[in-house]
Every structure is written in structure tokens, then in C-alpha cells.
Design a protein around this ligand. Sequence first.
Ligand code: ZN
Length: 299
Amino acid sequence: MVARYDADSAQHRAFVAATFAPDAMRLVSAAIHSDIDCMLYVGVNPVAFTSARSMERPPKPDAAPAEPEGCLVLFSGGQDSSTCLAWALERFERVETIGFDYGQRHAIELACRQPIIDALKSQQPDWAARLGPDHLIDLGLIGRISQTALTQEIDIRMLRSGLPNTFVPGRNLLFLTVAATLAYRRGLNVLVGGMCETDFSGYPDCRDDTIKALQVTLNLGMDSRLRIETPLMRIDKAATWELARQIGGEPLLELIGELTHTCYLGERDQRHDWGYGCGECPACELRRNGHARWRAGLF
Ligand code: ZN
């Protein structure tokens, strides 16, 4: 058994707990809650756990030069994923995009994707050079096997579980798994998603723990070193507007306001200062309030 970790006490305790955990679930739990750098189990079934920290380490001096990182951005056509796409274009040499048609009521967001891509390319020559193919995947299966206000014509309301009925169980898990499958084929080693647990609708598959656990699972299941980046995880909607301003200034803000789509009801007749939408659904409410707080400097 070989282990590599920083020898501060918290990590050491987590490492010991993970090493001697009697079952896989405790092992994964210890890994995702500890920032353990890297554990290699050498034996009949070699297994590697990786975390974001291990990928951020500079290569050893005698190691071969690393391949430039390439990423696949989960890009729905909304404000968050468009901001993430611009964020990725600032950082990665190769950027591709993936979107999902899952029978969403607001399928109009899919029609927004290509104009956003075209506009991003025209804003900065660097971005045009880096942005590769867009992939649209049919996941209509989700709409057929789930019963939610995002995939059926029913009113949006809160459930006894405390979650809104716009929650589509398994959606982000499936999205990321399918994205990982595509990234594997395309030779892309980073997935970028707009999941956020700071200012959100309470969806459990947007939580950082969920994403980290899935990263571990995907790497175990595909014997890969894939990293999932979620640049919006720790910031609220006001800060998301500010992030867009910092990345692309006024042109990017105008692009997001005019071209992206967030409204769950697919409303694009009403233009507000924060973009198009009904102004009343939970998605519009988050976007509207975030914009108001950003305008007020509250980020
Ligand atoms: Zn709306």
C-alpha cells in the first residue's frame, strides 16, 4: 500500500480512518470529507482515489511534461452554465460543451445554446480558438421515468420532503456520468458544471459532497483521473454576476442578459434588466434577486 498526503493532523486522522475503514462506503466518505491527496491501493484490484488537490500539484521535475488540460463544460444555455463556459475559456486550451435534451418544459434553453456559443466566439479571438465541438445528447429517458414540474405540465410547488417538485432526481448524476463518458472518448480530463450550494433551490445533487463523491465514483469506475470543477459552488447569484463581469466585462454581461435562458416556464416575451423570464418561478426569482443584490454591490 502506498499513500501520499500532507502530514497535518486532520489529514492524518482522515487517512488512518480511510485506510482501516471496514467497507467501501466509509472509505469514500472519509476521502471526500478530508481532502486526502491521493491513495493508491496496490493489490489484486488496484484502486486510485483522487481529489481536486492532487490534480493541482505541479508535476515532479523529472516527470514528462503534462498534456494541456482539456475540459467539457455542462452547458444548458442558462446564466450559470454560460458563466462557467466563459470561466473555462479563460483557463483551458481546449474547451468543448455538452447539453442535454431531457424533455424539459423550458426546452427553449436549448435553442439559446448556439447563439451564446457564437457570441462568445465573437467576443474574444482566444475563446474562438479554444472552443471546440458542442455535443447535444438526448436524455429523454429522464423525462419519461420521472414526475416533476420541469418535465411535466404541473404547477411548481413544495413537496413534503422539503424539496420543490422541480427537482429531477438523478439529473445531475446522470448528466455528469454521461459527460464523463464523452470526456473519456474525447480525451478531456476536466468536467465543468454550474452546480451551486450557496444560493440554490435545495437540490441535493448540487451539493459539493455529492459532486466530490461522484468524482471518486467515476474515477473508480473508469480507472481515470477526471476532475469535476464547480466554480460557482461557493458563491451566490450576486457573485455569479460579478464573476461574469470580471471575466468578460460589459460585453459578457450583455450577452448573459440577452441570450441566456433561466426561466423554468420557458418565458422569453418579458425582458427585465436581469434577462428574460416570467419573473415569478423559482429560477427567475433566484436570478432576479441575485442581479438586484449585485447591482447594490452586495456580493
Ligand atoms: Zn420564470
